[in-house]
Every structure is written in structure tokens, then in C-alpha cells.
Write a new protein. Sequence first.
Length: 138
Amino acid sequence: MAVLRPFGARDSTVPFFKGELMSKSSLIKKADMLFATWFHNHYHECCICGDPEFELMHLIPRTEHLTRWEKLNALPGCAYHHKYSKLLSCHGSPEAFEDWIADNYPEHHYYFITNRHIIGVSLTEDWYRQKIKELQLW
């Protein structure tokens, strides 16, 4: 059973990814890259308007690492529907956006309402390494 330790609490000379020593920021970048690859292979257009130019919209902010790389926390959105629309966008009109998600992506909405209260969770190095292993299987 792995011992859970905060960052910096292990012998930094012990490699854990094919000979690589990785900082927390490097682990996050690796997880971001793996998740972005899955995301762009899975989605091909804005989920609202069908625009082929899209970006990843997190339902729960990406600052929350516990949910950052979860499939049900991500949907594709063009820049307009991600940030700028005052009628229907993740940032510009979150209430309308949540209603739209509830109607069009009920599984994502359920994930959002059951996990949005999980904020500020401190995660261990082992957690990030396990998440990367999970993402590599996708």
C-alpha cells in the first residue's frame, strides 16, 4: 500500500516515471497534456453551436485538481459560448449555462451538482501520479 505524503516529503532522488524526477507543476502539465489529447480526440465541435474551433470548458473550475481531469467535468465550447455570450456561456451567464447543461447533458449536470462543493482539497504526489496512470489508459 502506498504511503500518502505531501510534496517534498519523499527522497527527491528517487525517480517514479521512467527515470524522470517530476515536480508538482510537471505532474500537472503531464496530466493536462494527456487529458487534452483525450478531449480533442473525443470532441470535434462546440457542444452548443457546432463551431469546429473549440476549447475545453470545465464545469467545476480547473483550479480544483480533484475534478480537473474528469471526463464529466469537461465539455467543448467555442470561445463565444465558453466566455463571452451574455445569453449562454460558462462564464458570461452561468445560470443559463447550467440550465442548458441540465437539459442537454444530464450526466454532466449530475456530476457537476454532486461535486461542485468539493473545493480546496489538498492532494498528494501519489494522487497525481495515480491520476496520470489513469489518464494514460484512456
